[in-house]
Design a protein around this ligand. Sequence first.
Ligand SMILES: Cc1cc2nc3c(=O)[nH]c(=O)nc-3n(C[C@H](O)[C@H](O)[C@H](O)COP(=O)(O)OP(=O)(O)OC[C@H]3O[C@@H](n4cnc5c(N)ncnc54)[C@H](O)[C@@H]3O)c2cc1C
Length: 386
Amino acid sequence: MTTAQAGVVIVGAGPAGLVLGSLLLNRGIDCVILERRSRAAVEGRARAGFLAAHSVRVLTENGLAAGLRAHGRTHTSCLFRSDLGEFTLDYAKSGEGEAHTVYPQQQLVRDLVAEYLRRGGEIRFGAEVAEISEGAVRVHDGTGVTARYTAGCDGHRGVGRAALTSRGIRTARWDHGVSWLAVLVAAPPSMEAVGYALHERGFAGHMARTASVTRYYLQCPRGTDPADWSDDRIWAELAIRLRTDEFGPLHHGPVLEKAAFDLRSDVLESPGAGRLWLAGDAAGLISPSAAKGANLAILQAELLARALEGALAHGDETGLARYPADCLPRVWRAHEFSHWMSGLLHGPAGQDDKARYGRQLQYARLESLRTSRTHQDFFAENYTGI
Ligand SMILES: Cc1cc2nc3c(=O)[nH]c(=O)nc-3n(C[C@H](O)[C@H](O)[C@H](O)COP(=O)(O)OP(=O)(O)OC[C@H]3O[C@@H](n4cnc5c(N)ncnc54)[C@H](O)[C@@H]3O)c2cc1C
């Protein structure tokens, strides 16, 4: 095996790995990022879009926010539609709430790759890590990297997580029992705000991405094949659930992407041990109902960079030993809110007594959010905080 050496080898060039890489370079720690996909594939993958104020602060303080400052859009409110009508919640003005910055994840990733390379960092694209062992990673092509520490930032199906669970670190897991069809369309947003629609046919969501691209979500049955959803069917279902008869039409455009996925969440009981530490989806997957995943990835990258600096620049591993305790309470708080949000957005299916009871609870929760200042303040703090 041909081997190279680094202080830290980072597996995965998503938001977690790229932010961690740049923060380590800022601190004078040498690192290399190994990414299994091509640069074009990594920079073209549309996923998240909502960045919390904390994420924007981390990116700004580390010189990584030029793109999002120039092209990101500020969002301060979201709206809910249901049988009860429509109401807008101005979360940035409630309690501890702050604004979100809407900036597509693929654009952020493009900026982060460019900045990491500009700072002299090394990324190997097309390098799929096959195995992580104590102080070394082995790539499928037969090459490898030895490093004092390995950072697994390779998502929830990655080898970083597998290496930890094989050592007996357990996972807490939840299946929300709900699936979404995620649709990306080439059309301007149809609302000023994020839109959440509660409907007896299922949830529908509207999220702005850019001036010409919008993401929609449709709750769908488990096992849905996206190929069964023609563009016409998607627009017809969105119109029903988003109640366009009552609130006005949506801007139509071609469907660019559609994918179905199940809402699942999990958290590793520890995001690392010894010489292997995880950040982002590798350490825990969070369902997208409250748009927290990329924000947790940035938070963990920031905490891990500080801990690795202590270990490598000062020979002090107390920061690493504290990393799980620094992360996990914040991660769990985000999961708790995301879980609550999932309950708010998805009523039970069917018409039996239990389903009707569950739906009434859902509407009672929504009504409380519409009318109670205390509830709105709680929502704002948790929706925008991280
Ligand atoms: C439809 C959708 C909408 C979302 N919306 C939001 C939102 O609005 N706000 C929000 O905060 N979050 C959102 N999320 C979640 C967010 O996208 C993820 O939480 C985020 O991408 C996690 O970043 P990461 O760097 O941990 O992992 P990833 O982005 O998954 O990056 C991991 C990288 O590791 C690479 N990799 C994997 N295995 C290997 C290997 N063996 N060797 C080398 N490389 C490897 C992968 O190719 C990938 O590039 C959304 C997610 C989805 C699916």
